[in-house]
Design a protein around this ligand. Structure first.
Ligand code: SF4
Ligand code: SF4
Length: 253
């Protein structure tokens, strides 16, 4: 990385900014981290601009023509690019709009002003430019984000998990929430959150997206055995991950 301290920037695209807020949930580590880097761009916290970034963190997905221009510009000017949160990683909940005709969605949101706000199908950042690392979750997992951030500062490759939430859940010796009669997407969802929802009486909604090469039909069969219809199972699987689950969607990658 150039210079003495790595230059770090944060950018927001289409998302709710919940991932940026989640960064503030670890005040203890944040101050130490800030000693080690120069934050050169962060719209929510400062006015500055820079020509080059060693690390660019991207929150939010790509859903307008302007997003495409902007992400290319950032990619040209950064060393390492990290997608933060499910909107940036997969399109996130924004991608539910991809299931409907674009004009219908624009009219539902903007009414007669729909033509003032050009919109394209919601896509992951990696559909447009090369992304080096991804921090999944909605919002992103703060511990995983810290791990990636620290690894990059130390010049190490971050370890990104690619096994199911169920594994973390079992390690915590939780009783399976499916066996308790609740819905759960832990068997197909990528670990890294320490199974926080099933560990706290909730079920996994799949906010970190599927593990690599999931057997979608097998997952539906598993949920059917627990009393859910195919339609219900697919609807829930698509909530955060329409682009990854709905293989019929094509958005021009
Ligand atoms: S991933 Fe979730 S929390 Fe993060 S910006 Fe998108 S909607 Fe918000
Ligand atoms: S348990 Fe599931 S829904 Fe909860 S944070 Fe982890 S991946 Fe997301």
């Amino acid at each position: 990385m150039s210079g003495q301290k790595p230059k770090v920037a944060f950018f927001d695209f289409t998302g709710c900014e919940g991932c940026q807020l989640n960064k503030l949930n670890f005040e203890n580590e944040l101050l130490d981290l800030l000693e080690l880097v120069d934050i050169v761009e962060f719209r929510e916290a400062m006015d500055g601009k820079a020509d080059y970034y060693d690390i660019a963190f991207i929150e939010g997905g790509i859903s307008t023509p302007q997003c495409i221009e902007r992400i290319h510009d950032i990619r040209r000017r950064c060393g390492v690019m990290v997608a933060l949160g499910q909107c940036a990683v997969s399109g996130g909940i924004n991608a539910m709009k991809n299931l409907h005709p674009s004009e219908w969605v624009q009219e539902a949101v903007y009414g007669e002003d729909k033509y003032l706000f050009p919109s394209i199908p919601a896509q992951p950042v990696s559909a447009i430019v090369n992304v080096d690392y991804e921090v999944r979750g909605c919002p992103m997992s703060a511990p995983e984000y810290l791990h990636v951030f620290k690894s990059l500062i130390l010049g190490r490759k971050p370890e990104i998990k690619d096994y199911a939430v169920c594994v973390e859940c079992k390690l915590k010796e939780n009783e399976c929430v499916l066996d308790k009669g609740m819905f759960c997407l832990g068997p197909i969802t990528r670990a890294g959150c320490e199974a926080i929802c099933p560990s706290n009486g909730q079920y996994c909604t799949g906010c970190r997206g599927p593990v690599s090469n999931i057997n979608r039909d097998g997952a539906v069969d598993m949920l059917k055995k627990h009393g859910y219809s195919t339609e219900e199972a697919l609807k829930r699987m698509k909530m955060f991950n329409t682009n990854e689950i709905d293989k019929e969607i094509k958005w021009g990658r």
